[in-house]
Design a protein around this ligand. Structure first.
Ligand SMILES: Nc1ncnc2c1ncn2[C@@H]1O[C@H](COP(=O)(O)OP(=O)(O)OP(=O)(O)O)[C@@H](O)[C@H]1O
Length: 254
């Protein structure tokens, strides 16, 4: 049964690639305002699950429901317009444009749908969007780099900028795919603090992460995937103490 405060429900999802059952019987409920981590060893099906949620892959059976709307069958851009934003493992940025311009683009793209016919409002809203983008850059600690070409940023800064590009869309659900991959410990800790700040504003997040320090610092709930199935689900303490998880994951390579 679905609770009323469930924002995202992955309902009985299966995904097959030929003979490989990459996702089997996945039932996952993400509650409003929570940070829900999906962990599991390499090849467990985490990216496949994320791709099913954002509409990049169609499930073989089952459905994904977001805020009462069935996402299954919708295109990724339609799912994005419904309020789901994703921070990718590899940042997707416009390297030659400035950091500020990069952060303005998602908001301009959203506006162009709404205000195309009214030139005056378009100009007014561009000033507002610039101010909003500057505000987002302040939030992620990057305002001093606003005029730099995005391509010249460090890896950690690129990820922070990409987070600002997602936040300016004011998503209801933010999906983070290994947000600290390849970061130094210092950048990882800065990112943890930043994600905690977002959490304190009530934004719902789904996070895929290999780094246990990040997972246990941020998650309210953890679902553990192994060989395409959820083998454990619960609070960090429940998951930490689960012998199945220790066997499948924590005692393994990570
Ligand atoms: N497009 C595809 N075609 C065929 N098999 C695929 C495809 N995508 C993923 N797989 C397989 O599905 C399984 C799950 O892969 P997936 O990438 O979802 O795992 P993961 O948990 O994200 O792994 P990692 O932690 O290494 O990124 C793997 O066995 C993988 O080889």
């Amino acid at each position: 049964m679905t609770n009323s405060n469930v924002v995202l429900h992955v309902a009985d999802v299966h995904k097959r690639f030929g003979g490989l059952h990459a996702l089997a019987d996945i039932d996952l409920q993400v509650e409003e305002g929570q940070t829900h981590a999906i962990i599991g060893p390499n090849g467990a099906g985490k990216s496949t699950l994320l791709n099913v949620i954002i509409g990049k892959l169609a499930p073989t059976s089952g459905a994904v429901v977001f805020d009462g709307t069935v996402l299954t069958g919708k295109k990724p851009y339609q799912i994005n317009q419904l309020g789901i934003a994703r921070v990718f493992q590899t940042p997707e940025i416009f390297a030659d444009l400035s950091v500020l311009q990069n952060v303005m683009i998602p908001a301009l793209a959203k506006r162009d749908g709404a205000f195309k016919l009214n030139m005056l409002r378009t100009l007014e809203s561009e000033t507002e969007i610039r101010a909003e983008a500057e505000h987002m850059l302040e939030d992620v600690g990057m305002i001093s780099r606003r005029e730099m070409a995005a391509g010249s940023l460090s890896r950690g800064d690129k990820r922070r900028m990409e987070l600002a590009m997602c936040l300016i869309q004011r998503p209801r659900l933010l999906l983070l795919d290994e947000p600290t991959a390849g970061m130094s410990r210092h950048d990882t800790n800065t990112t943890i603090e930043l994600l905690k700040k977002i959490k304190s504003r009530g934004m719902t997040k789904v996070i895929i992460e290999h780094d246990m320090h990040v997972v246990f610092s941020l998650a309210d709930k953890i679902s553990v995937l192994a060989q395409g199935r959820i083998i454990a689900d619960g609070t960090p303490d429940q998951v930490r103490g689960n012998p199945k998880v220790q066997e499948a994951y924590l005692g393994g390579a990570h």
